[in-house]
Design a protein around this ligand. Structure first.
Ligand code: PBG
Length: 326
């Protein structure tokens, strides 16, 4: 039988699972994931975050077991957030040697040295006002905050952190941290910059988990306006010039266009941060039986790869590991 029509038959390449996997363009693999962890001061604590089912704040005595579980799942990197008992105006807990992240880092590097420790470098979990820097005249002072951020980065490197990830969105943070790390002898510690971080409503559950909600105002004078695209490219360009080794785009899901733009503009590894609110929404819908959680999560994380992300920071990393094993 001859065909009277002329057109392309795209369905040829979708005929069977084997055919589809042969032509699949993007894949998730555990090497791509960084798992965020909330380390709380105190003993024998494992608190589930109410808005983030299966995500816990854990105390130091739970860290070794947690690392062993992550290793067995093939997760090779964690990002640490500290939840201290005491806070003050300057966020001292972020940069003291006895800080919770410094303690957790030393513990992980002594017990499970192969695990890569990415230290989130910010002050908001440690300041009494909940802002990411020092407050002067009701706003965060850029250059004063940089001094504390640099101290934080150096103390994290001293504790053994493998990667420093500054997230407070002060101008010049890569320059100042690079200089401070180099001066302290940490020339080989890379900087994973939260170069493009939007003032997003998707951070709500994280602020509950990390107890870092600003006590007044918001973060709009330092985090970016979600309406802006070219500004993201200026931020990314500046951070690469200043020496960033990785660029984070955050949040991920509503900003995949930005992930693609940053990927096209730059050749450093691009990291998509699949944030707390994105996690909470999926979990809530799944608990109601409204969506197929596994299919939905794999779809959206693959979309981040397709958009150009090399790495993904995600609270779903453990689930993905289990799903990929099956
Ligand atoms: C610290 C920081 C935040 C997140 C990561 N680092 C919170 C914020 O900026 O308010 C959010 C992560 C998430 O929502 O999962 N500045």
């Amino acid at each position: 039988m001859t065909n009277e029509w002329e057109f392309k038959r795209h369905r040829r390449l979708r005929s069977t699972p084997a055919m589809r996997s042969l032509v699949r363009e993007n894949h998730l693999q555990m090497d791509d994931f960084i798992y965020p962890l909330f380390i709380v001061e105190g003993e024998n604590i494992k608190n589930e975050v109410p808005s983030m089912p299966d995500v816990y704040q854990i105390s130091l005595d739970h860290v070794k077991t947690e690392m062993e579980e992550l290793q067995s799942l093939g997760i090779k990197a964690v990002m640490l957030f500290g939840v201290p008992n005491e806070k003050d105006e300057e966020g001292t807990g972020a940069f003291v040697e006895s800080g919770i992240v410094q303690q957790a880092t030393r513990l992980i590097k002594s017990k499970v040295p192969e695990m890569l420790v990415v230290a989130d470098t910010c002050l908001c979990e440690y300041t009494s006002h909940g802002h990411c820097g020092v407050i002067h005249h009701h706003d965060v002072d850029n250059d004063e905050s940089l001094k504390l951020l640099a101290k934080t980065a150096v103390s994290q490197a001293e504790a053994g952190a493998d990667i420093i990830a500054p997230s407070n969105m002060m101008d010049g943070f890569v320059t100042v941290i690079r200089q401070a790390l180099d001066d302290a002898g940490y020339k080989n510690i890379p900087i994973m910059s939260y170069a493009v971080k939007y003032a997003s409503a998707f951070y709500g559950p994280f602020r509950e988990a990390a107890d870092s909600t600003p006590q007044f105002g918001d973060r709009k004078t330092y985090q970016m306006d979600p309406a802006n695209r070219r500004e993201a490219l200026r931020e990314a360009e500046t951070d690469v010039e200043e020496g960033a080794d990785f660029l984070i785009v955050k949040p991920a899901m509503s900003f995949l266009d930005i992930v693609r733009d940053v990927r096209n503009q730059s050749n450093v590894p691009v990291v998509a941060y699949n944030v707390s609110g994105e996690y909470a929404m999926v979990k809530a819908a799944a608990q109601n039986g409204w969506v197929d959680e596994q299919a939905l999560v794999l779809e959206k994380l693959t979309a981040m790869k397709r958009a150009g992300a090399d790495l993904i920071i995600s609270y779903f990393a453990k689930d993905v590991a289990v799903w990929l094993q099956n």
